[in-house]
Design a protein around this ligand. Structure first.
Ligand code: ATP
Ligand code: MG
Length: 197
């Protein structure tokens, strides 16, 4: 029956905007772990993130759709956006678990910085029961296995891409290019909607 189980990656993020660091991480993990699909899940609307306003959920959702449209294994879910309020990973995992049922094995893909934060949460036991966690390297963030429960968290090296959404927004604000840091369609969407000015 093992072959009936779908292996599903979940990549949560603010995606303001989605960039090639996100896409390379998802692609690399999908390859290494033999995932059938990766679902990108833009977060619900936070008030702000590190003191800067966050673009609307619809803009972030559409950029995520544009960026992933050409890859048949990449999907986008609205669960966190439609639930509303700040996103807690345990809610994301519960919702996707009930959507996909027991025929799916969930792999939560997260960068080194985000993994550090997740490991400090409560509900950790439930979270680890819902999904296997995959921490990916991210330039500037140390990822050490020392304190990680090996049976629930795997670490993966992805090709270093020193791209962050914060830097992309700052570039747009300064009138500098983001070509090749984000997918072409996202460059055009940012210009069309005049985001980050
Ligand atoms: P911001 O600068 O606004 O925080 P971000 O670039 O960190 O944006 P997020 O939407 O916060 O992007 O990240 C979503 C997930 O992708 C997180 O788990 C984060 O660690 C991971 N991630 C982001 N950028 C990279 C990258 N360049 N390489 C690997 N993982 C990344
Ligand atoms: Mg971030």
């Amino acid at each position: 029956m093992e072959e009936d189980i779908r292996r599903i990656g979940i990549m949560g993020g603010t995606f303001d905007p989605i960039h090639h660091g996100h896409l390379v991480a998802a692609s690399e993990v999908a390859d290494r772990f033999g995932l059938d699909e990766v679902i990108f899940v833009p977060t619900g609307q936070p008030w702000q993130k590190a003191d800067v306003p966050v673009s609307s959920a619809e803009d972030r959702y559409l950029m995520t759709v544009i960026a992933t449209a050409s890859n048949p294994r990449f999907q986008v879910s609205r669960v966190d956006i439609d639930r509303g309020g700040p996103t807690y990973t345990v809610d994301t995992l519960r919702d996707l678990r009930s959507q996909y049922g027991t025929k799916a094995q969930l792999f939560f893909i997260t960068g080194a910085d985000a993994l550090e934060r997740i490991l400090s949460w409560k509900n950790l036991d439930e979270i680890f029961e819902l999904a296997h966690f995959i921490g990916v390297t991210r330039p500037g963030f140390q990822l050490t296995a020392a304190h990680l429960p090996a049976d629930t968290v795997s670490l993966v090296q992805v090709p270093a891409m020193a791209i962050s959404s914060t830097d992309c927004r700052a570039r747009v604000a300064r009138g500098e290019p983001v070509w090749y840091l984000v997918p072409d369609g996202v460059v055009q969407y940012i210009a069309k909607r005049r985001l980050y000015r």
